[in-house]
Design a protein around this ligand. Structure first.
Ligand SMILES: Nc1ncnc2c1ncn2[C@@H]1O[C@H](COP(=O)(O)OP(=O)(O)OP(=O)(O)O)[C@@H](O)[C@H]1O
Ligand SMILES: [Mg+2]
Length: 204
């Protein structure tokens, strides 16, 4: 390895480390170590499609039952982008909602939230777990509108299909958000399989 190679490797590592800071520890340990974990069957089936979406700068919407490995696969996709020296950020939709309401109640503009607009790739996890209030729905609309018009891709995970999420959000608000999330070039993936959480996260 010459000096150029090692400088490049160091830069890549910086982008991965920045991404890691936004990812919950248990996922960071599994997904952002030196080597990528082996994909499970349910994940393998969709990995080529996800990688293709990434290379085309498209959005991905991954949905399916709990524990099938959606969040893991979304973070691994983020890892690929960070490895290409692009800013990636992970955000859990329920945490985002909490932060939004806290900053609104305290009359603050949360700096953290601004990163969601500017990140070159956003992993928006568990969008259906967001507490849908007037404020959060308005914010989600602005975020999705901004990111799609700036051609900044988002990988969204959810237990609900796009149609079910529209129902959950209410047609008036849901349709404009979801149509942006899935009507710009988007790969929509239904992931199923075993509940990996039961298999791996053994509780005594
Ligand atoms: N490729 C993998 N290798 C090892 N463990 C894995 C892998 N993929 C998933 N897991 C394990 O399975 C668990 C569930 O995965 P994950 O959290 O991605 O599921 P999910 O589909 O996002 O579930 P939910 O809908 O509840 O959010 C993880 O906590 C992890 O321990
Ligand atoms: Mg998940």
């Amino acid at each position: 390895m010459d000096d150029n190679d090692s400088a490049e490797e160091l830069t890549r590592q910086c982008y991965i480390d920045q991404f890691r800071m936004t990812v919950p520890d248990r996922y960071a340990q599994l997904c952002l170590g030196k080597t990528m974990p082996a994909l499970k069957d349910g994940q393998k089936r969709h990995w080529a499609k996800i990688k293709d979406a990434i290379s085309k700068n498209w959005d991905s919407y991954i949905y399916g039952p709990s524990g099938v490995g959606k969040t893991v696969v979304a973070i691994l996709a983020g890892r690929l982008i960070a490895h290409r020296c692009r800013k990636v950020r992970f955000e859990s939709a329920s945490k985002l909602c909490r932060e939004l309401h806290e900053s609104f109640n305290n009359n603050l503009t949360a700096n953290e939230i601004q990163y969601l607009f500017s990140a070159e790739m956003l992993v928006l996890d568990d969008v259906d777990k967001m507490h849908f209030t007037k404020l959060s729905v308005k914010f989600l609309h602005e975020l999705v509108e901004h990111r799609t018009s700036e051609l900044k891709p988002t990988i969204t995970t959810s237990n609900l299909s796009p149609g079910e999420l529209i129902e959950e959000l209410g047609r008036q608000h849901g349709t404009p958000i979801i149509s942006r999330l899935v009507a710009t070039p988007t790969v929509v993936i239904k992931m199923d399989g075993e509940d990996l959480r039961l298999e791996h996260d053994n509780h005594v």
